[in-house]
Design a protein around this ligand. Structure first.
Ligand code: IMP
Ligand code: MG
Length: 177
């Protein structure tokens, strides 16, 4: 049986997402913006964040796979689905659920930089700073969290729990990390 303990409530998330939306609205005043969500974890954050940005916004999605078991990244990132449109000259924000080692976003930032966008920023709802191995930081970060495995608000464990409204720490019997 998995045990769930609430770490960040839906109210705290909503307030933070509104704050990030305001910052992005101010930072990109007068610009059009493309939000690029990293499937699947970022979808709920992207949906809420987009509605807090008072600009001309469009969406795109990108998918990556990283090998290893459900809780442990292997260090290898592979692009499974690229963006649909060219990002040349566009202001883009890569939207991700969590910055952990930084491998995924370092890889994606690099890949998108080749499109020669006008601006490229990273929005991550959560940041496990202590786990970082890549020299990468989020431009818009919601919450710094300790090195614990979390689920909910888009984040999964083996595809489960993405629909939980709060962000919870998952404590399972069969510890795999
Ligand atoms: P990174 O490449 O190590 O930064 O890992 C980023 C990806 O690992 C995220 O997009 C998540 O899919 C996954 N991940 C890292 N930590 C957690 C967690 O605590 N819960 C759920 N997924 C996580
Ligand atoms: Mg994931």
């Amino acid at each position: 049986m998995d045990k769930l303990k609430v770490l960040i409530t839906r109210e705290q998330i909503a307030a933070k997402v509104a704050e990030i939306g305001e910052r992005i609205t101010a930072d990109f005043a007068g610009e059009s913006l493309v939000l690029i969500g990293v499937l699947k974890g970022a979808t709920i954050f992207l949906a809420d964040l987009a509605r807090q940005i008072k600009l001309d916004v469009s969406f795109d999605f990108i998918a990556v796979s990283s090998y290893g078991n459900a809780k442990q990244q292997s260090g290898e990132v592979k692009l499974m689905k690229d963006v649909d449109q060219s990002m040349e000259g566009k202001c883009i924000i890569l939207v991700e659920d969590i910055l952990d080692t930084g491998l995924t976003l370092a890889y994606l930032k690099n890949a998108l930089q080749t499109h020669q966008p006008k601006a490229l920023r990273i929005a991550a709802l959560l940041d496990k700073v202590s786990r970082r191995t890549e020299p990468i930081h989020g431009d818009y970060v919601g919450f710094e969290i300790p090195d614990e495995f979390v689920v909910g608000y888009g984040l999964d464990f083996a595809e489960r729990y993405r629909n939980l409204p709060d962000i919870c720490v998952l404590e399972s019997d069969s510890e795999t990390r």
